[in-house]
Design a protein around this ligand. Sequence first.
Ligand SMILES: C[S@@+](CC[C@H](N)C(=O)[O-])C[C@H]1O[C@@H](n2cnc3c(N)ncnc32)[C@H](O)[C@@H]1O
Length: 350
Amino acid sequence: MSTQTVLAIWGTGSLAQRYLDIENTGISVDYFIDSSKTGEFAGKPVLSPEQVVEHGITHIVICSTYVDDIAPVCLRQGFDIEQLSVVLPRTLERIPFEQFSHVEGAFYYYLPWTKQIPAIEHSLSSDIVFPDVYKEIAKSVAYVYVSSVEGDFAEFGTCTGYTASLIAYAMKYYSEFFVHHETMHNMTPRELCLFDSFQGFPASTKAPDLDSPHVASGAWGEGTAKGLNAQQLKQLCSQFIAPERINIYEGWYKDTLTTIDANKRFAFVHLDCDLYESTYDVLYHLFSNNLLSEGAKLLFDNWYCNKASRHFGEQKAWHEICEQFDIEYTNIGMYACVGHKMIIHSYRKK
Ligand SMILES: C[S@@+](CC[C@H](N)C(=O)[O-])C[C@H]1O[C@@H](n2cnc3c(N)ncnc32)[C@H](O)[C@@H]1O
């Protein structure tokens, strides 16, 4: 016996409208659901979340960025995961909810790169901010394996875990792809080292931060950018690489940097801690303790923030460090909309 499909779109905003505009593909919408609107949308009745169960709905398409709020409501109302799907705001792709991952106590997220990495060049559009960050990170991880740069992977600034999990995924993908290459070059299994306070940004104390537009506006204020806790981050990244290869350094950088093993070397560092002082502390420690390998790739996620000024943030920290350590590097330019990347060749050891 076939069950009739009764489909509702959750959301009556611009995302729902954009989805309807492209979707003229036979999708037949019976209802819309919205917690703050009533009446009709696109010629169909708008139900409140409480009315959903009365109407025999069999499929819900979430057309809202509030997936973390809406999905639990649907599940509590007795819908199965297979009955739910989510429309991605950028690409308008409709993704089955079962492809989303869930961090206990935190939020639902979708890792598009799990299907896109094998064909990353073809599938990602370079004019979209976030996919372009993912693309750059994935390419940089690949570079380490292809070019046999020695050492581990590090990220300073983990927050939501999006970029950390991408690094972990790319490490899994490329370490398998280049397994013979790694063996030929006698590489030991690489680790992922993740550094964060897990409390968001520290209070700014130095003039280059206090005077910067992003700190002055409160965007990089104390306690902002607080995301996953250490356990959630580990759970997220352990989907891709073994937990014993993930080292989480929890606390302020000035305290955790000194706990890095003196024999460690990094082949890849993703600097995503935004502030001048945080970036300076990290770079100073890495260079003064000879922790960067020849060929190490540095990615600065927020280089062109603060109106791209050399007087603030990551740029100022880098220029000061360069003067102190006589760094010979190749400046390989901008990525995404505010990122910048370098390859380190040599530097003066302290
Ligand atoms: C922009 S967020 C990182 C975004 C992250 N890569 C993601 O994918 O969501 C900046 C992070 O840097 C961390 N951070 C900044 N300065 C720090 C410091 N001095 N010590 C520890 N963590 C710091 C904050 O806690 C925050 O999680």
